[in-house]
Design a protein around this ligand. Sequence first.
Ligand code: ZN
Length: 268
Amino acid sequence: MFRRQILKGCSDKSQTAAKSQNLQIQFATLVDVQLRLPWSSKAPASNRVRVLDVNGRTFPIQIARHQWARRYVLRVTAEGALRLTVPRGASITAGVAFAEKESAWVAAEWARLQARAAWHEGATVWYRGARVTLTGEGADVRCGDQRITGAARRDWRTAIQRHWRAEAIGELPARCLVLARHHGLEPMSVRVRDQRSRWGACSGRGAITLNWRLVQMPPHVADYVMLHELAHLRQPNHSRRFWREVESLCPDWRAAERWLKAFGRDLL
Ligand SMILES: [Zn+2]
């Protein structure tokens, strides 16, 4: 979890977190494949050490030549380095210039990584759409008005997330079925998963999966995610008809989408 990295493409600055993760997954898959190919070079593309200074912090730039990359991709690693993917045949200098141009993004991304890694005394985390403060109380951790028994002895983040996941399993499927019944819909099943790149999914057979992180969102946003997936039972696509369906099931879906766009990344 701590090693999650978000991609930044040069041609699409407004990509959503979900899209970034898709790209990341795609990239990871390609790397796996590439490592098995005889012509993939294991040596670094260049031995020259390149760095980028952002707000007084020096980020070493690790260059990775990528056989199939179609554009420069920049990632900030949890260790505080930049990984720059350079498409085959493209110039490293132009790639470094791209990284320099993105320094504001690098600074923001680094701040975000730091904040999410720090689940300790006084840190704030999202729960039910509010930022709640974590405090240790003996062996327990208090998280807003929740008390998570024994969490202080373990990694706080893992312990709290495990607690929330159990909570999600206990309540999300029931809530989803209430919403479904209310709108005359019948999913085949509703399950809770630990999904890294989506908030929910609806299979072609009508099986709905929901991300346990929905319990961290404001209830109206969690409801929207469920209604969105339920709408896929009628429209298994993202066509105009689908969005009309969403509109009728959840008239304030736009506000929910705005929340997800603004804060969704904090939950992952
Ligand atoms: Zn959808």
